[in-house]
Ligand binder design. Sequence first.
Ligand code: ZN
Length: 171
Amino acid sequence: MTIRQLVILPDPVLRRISDPVGPITGEIRTLVADMFETMYDAPGVGLAAIQVGVPKRVVTIDTSKEEGVRKPQVFIDPEIVWSSEEKRVYDEGCLSIPDYYGEVERPDRVRVKFRDLDGREQEIEADGLLATCIQHEIDHLNGVLFIDHLSKLKRDRVLKKFAKAAKRDAA
Ligand code: ZN
């Protein structure tokens, strides 16, 4: 397993729409293993393949809060098939937007259809942090970032900050 390099704002790769996975090949299995390695190392609770530069509809999540307990979950080609009317606000962050947090309102519960690593169709209902996290990661597959859910003022401010930092790093 390899820790892959994270794609950071304002890299335009983050705006790409990811492709369906198709057959689950050895390459996809390696990608998933590397994504977990990268996510745990960061550390983060969720990662979309596009955040390591691979435009495939693959998401890894581990929202386990217990110290030392890992509950890795893989979602291949995930799709939200139902969302609750009730909303929930969570202070979100993103490995592609380091050290920045913002409150985002999303449906409190969602039902998600996806395939597991054996290619089997699965459906789960998620709530709490898992629901927030799945929605955040599926947004990534569609080129959407959590800052897109903030006010224009806040979004422009963070975009400006990261554009400046990228320029400084390139210099
Ligand atoms: Zn993110």
